[in-house]
Design a protein. Structure first.
Length: 125
């Protein structure tokens, strides 16, 4: 997936002649206890409608949604804290054309090799 990020990175010309700048960020997943880390960039990318890819079991998936639990707590001073727990990532396999899911409880996060997010902006040239 690092190669995909490297090829996406930079200026590209679309079929209609417009040019865009793509900033692709690959994040290798560090070994964990096998649980989906809460502090990932996944929910942020989904909320910002950023393209998001996930490499799991050496297969590339497009992440198109997530099921998550949001816990909001407040202390006596009115300060709020939000804790998000991803329960399931909704995935599309572009090779087979099938949808699948990565479930926090049943799937092993240590089998995820990395994620790739992309930001696309119009180019001035």
């Amino acid at each position: 997936m690092q190669d995909v990020a490297a090829k996406l990175q930079g200026r590209h010309v679309l079929g209609d002649g417009r040019s865009v700048i793509i900033d692709a960020e690959y994040r290798a997943v560090n070994p964990t206890d096998g649980k989906l880390p809460a502090a990932t960039n996944l929910l942020t990318a989904l909320n910002n409608n950023q393209p998001l890819l996930l490499e799991w079991n050496s297969r590339l998936y497009v992440v198109y949604g997530a099921v998550y639990t949001e816990i909001v707590s407040a202390d006596e001073n009115g300060s709020r804290a939000v804790l998000d727990t991803i329960e399931e990532l909704l995935l599309f396999d572009p090779v087979s054309g099938k949808q699948t899911a990565f479930a926090r409880i049943t799937d092993d996060w240590t089998k995820v090799q990395g994620t790739l997010t992309a930001t696309v902006k119009p180019s001035s040239s």
